[in-house]
Design a protein. Structure first.
Length: 407
C-alpha cells in the first residue's frame, strides 16, 4: 500500500470578515447594550417605584465591577488570546440584557447591570488589543473607526431604548437591547479561527512577576493615563452638571436633552474626520489642543444661558473631547511592554470606571454647598494642570520594540 504524504496546507489568509471593520461592528453591537441599558435600567427602576438614590446605585453598578476586574481581564486576554474572552463577554452581555425582559425588580436590574458592565468591559478590551496590531498608521485608522462606532452607538442606543419603552414597553425594550450582543456572539463564533490564529504570547522573563505598578511607573504610560483620566472626567462632568445647570436656569427636560445631544453629535462628527486630521497632527499635539479647548470651554460655560449658545459650547466641547480617544489607545499600544497591551487597556478601563463611579458622588457632594458653577471651573483648572504636567509628552524617543504585540 502506498502512503501518500500530503504537504501541509498553506496558512489561510484572514478573510474580510476578520478585519478591523467587522470588529468595530461587533463592539458596537455590544456597546448598544450598555448605552441603552443605562437608560432602560434607570427608567425601569423608577417605573417600579425605586428612589433616585437607588437609581444612582444602579448606574454605579455598571462601572463598579469593571473598575475592579478590568486589569485581571486584560491579563487573561494577554495570556489566552481574544476568542474565549470575547465569546464569554458577548454571552454574558446578552444574558444581562435579557434578564429584565423576563423578570423586573431591583434584584433583576442589579444582576443585569453587573452582567452588562462586565461583559462590555471584557469585550472592549479584547477588541482594542486586536485593533492595535499593524503599523502606526493602521493603528490610528483602526482606533479612529472604533471610536466612531462607539460614538454612533452612544448616540443612537439611548434613543432606541427610550422609543422602545414608550411604544413597546420595558420587556420588549430589553429584548431589543439583547439582539446586539446576541448578534456579536454569532460574529465571534464566525471569526473563531482567525481570532485563535491572532494570538501569540510574548516571552516573559522567568522569575519576574509583573504587576500593575510596573505599568504605572513608566513615565510614558503615566502621562497617557493622567491625560485620559482628565479628559474622560471632563466628559463625565459635562454629562453630570449640564442637566443640573439647565434646571437651575429654567430649561425644560427636552431642551437639556437637545444640548446634551449636540455634544454626542459632535463626537460622531469629529471621528468621521479624524483619519484626515491625524495625518497632519501628531497624537500628543492633538491631545494638548483638545485639553486647551476644553479648559476654555468649561471656564466660560456657566456664564451663558441662551439655548443656542449652550448648544454651540456643548458641540465644541464634543469636538475637543471626542478627538482624543484614538490617540490615547494608539499611545497605550505603542508604549505598553510586549505582551501586556491588553493589561494596559485594562488599567485604562479601570481608571475610567473609577472616574465614572467617584465623580458623580464627589461632585454631588461639592455641588450641594459650592453650587454648580465652581464645578465647571474646577474641571477647567484640572485640565489646565494636566496640560502642563504632560507638556513634554511626545518628545521622548519611541520604545525600542515598536512592533505591536499580537493577542
Amino acid at each position: 500500500m502506498r502512503i501518500f504524504k500530503t504537504s501541509p496546507k498553506p496558512p489561510r489568509k484572514p478573510s474580510a470578515f476578520a478585519g478591523p471593520a467587522v470588529l468595530c461592528v461587533l463592539v458596537m453591537l455590544v456597546h448598544f447594550s450598555i448605552s441603552g441599558g443605562r437608560v432602560a435600567v434607570s427608567l425601569a427602576a423608577l417605573s417600579i417605584g425605586r428612589s433616585t438614590f437607588e437609581v444612582g446605585i444602579l448606574i454605579a453598578v455598571f462601572a463598579t465591577l469593571p473598575m475592579l476586574c478590568s486589569v485581571k481581564a486584560g491579563r487573561i486576554i494577554d495570556r489566552i488570546g481574544p476568542f474565549r474572552p470575547m465569546r464569554a463577554a458577548a454571552i454574558l452581555t446578552t444574558f444581562g440584557a435579557l434578564i429584565p425582559a423576563i423578570w423586573q425588580d431591583l434584584t433583576a436590574l442589579i444582576i443585569s447591570a453587573v452582567c452588562i458592565g462586565l461583559g462590555h468591559m471584557t469585550f472592549q478590551i479584547a477588541v482594542q488589543g486586536q485593533m492595535g496590531q499593524g503599523t502606526d498608521e493602521e493603528k490610528m485608522r483602526n482606533f479612529s473607526w472604533l471610536s466612531l462606532c462607539l460614538a454612533t452607538s452612544g448616540f443612537f442606543a439611548p434613543l432606541l431604548a427610550g422609543i422602545s419603552i414608550d411604544y413597546l414597553g420595558y420587556h420588549f425594550a430589553f429584548a431589543l437591547l439583547a439582539l446586539g450582543p446576541l448578534s456579536a456572539v454569532l460574529g465571534v463564533l464566525r471569526m473563531r479561527s482567525h481570532l485563535l490564529a491572532a494570538h501569540a504570547k510574548a516571552p516573559r522573563h522567568e522569575g519576574k512577576k509583573s504587576s500593575v505598578r510596573d505599568l504605572l511607573s513608566m513615565k510614558s504610560l503615566q502621562r497617557v493615563f493622567i491625560a485620559n483620566m482628565l479628559l474622560s472626567g471632563a466628559w463625565d462632568t459635562h454629562m453630570f452638571v449640564v442637566p443640573i445647570f439647565g434646571v437651575g436656569i429654567g430649561l425644560s427636560a427636552t431642551t437639556i436633552g437637545v444640548i446634551i445631544s449636540s455634544f454626542a453629535l459632535a463626537t460622531v462628527v469629529i471621528r468621521v474626520f479624524l483619519p484626515i486630521i491625524q495625518r497632519h497632527i501628531r497624537p500628543w499635539r492633538l491631545i494638548h489642543i483638545a485639553m486647551a479647548l476644553a479648559t476654555l470651554n468649561f471656564m466660560v460655560y456657566p456664564f451663558f444661558s441662551e439655548v443656542w449658545t449652550l448648544m454651540t459650547l456643548s458641540f465644541l466641547l464634543g469636538l475637543a473631547l471626542g478627538s482624543t480617544q484614538p490617540s490615547m489607545l494608539a499611545l497605550l499600544q505603542q508604549h505598553a511592554p510586549p505582551g501586556r497591551a491588553s493589561e494596559a487597556f485594562g488599567v485604562r478601563m479601570s481608571l475610567l470606571n473609577a472616574s465614572q463611579v467617584s465623580l458623580p458622588l464627589a461632585f454631588g457632594a461639592l455641588g450641594s454647598f459650592m453650587g454648580i458653577m465652581p464645578l465647571f471651573w474646577l474641571t477647567g483648572v484640572s485640565l489646565a494642570v494636566g496640560r502642563w504636567f504632560t507638556r513634554n509628552a511626545g518628545s521622548e524617543p519611541p520604545p525600542r520594540n515598536t512592533e505591536a504585540p499580537t493577542h
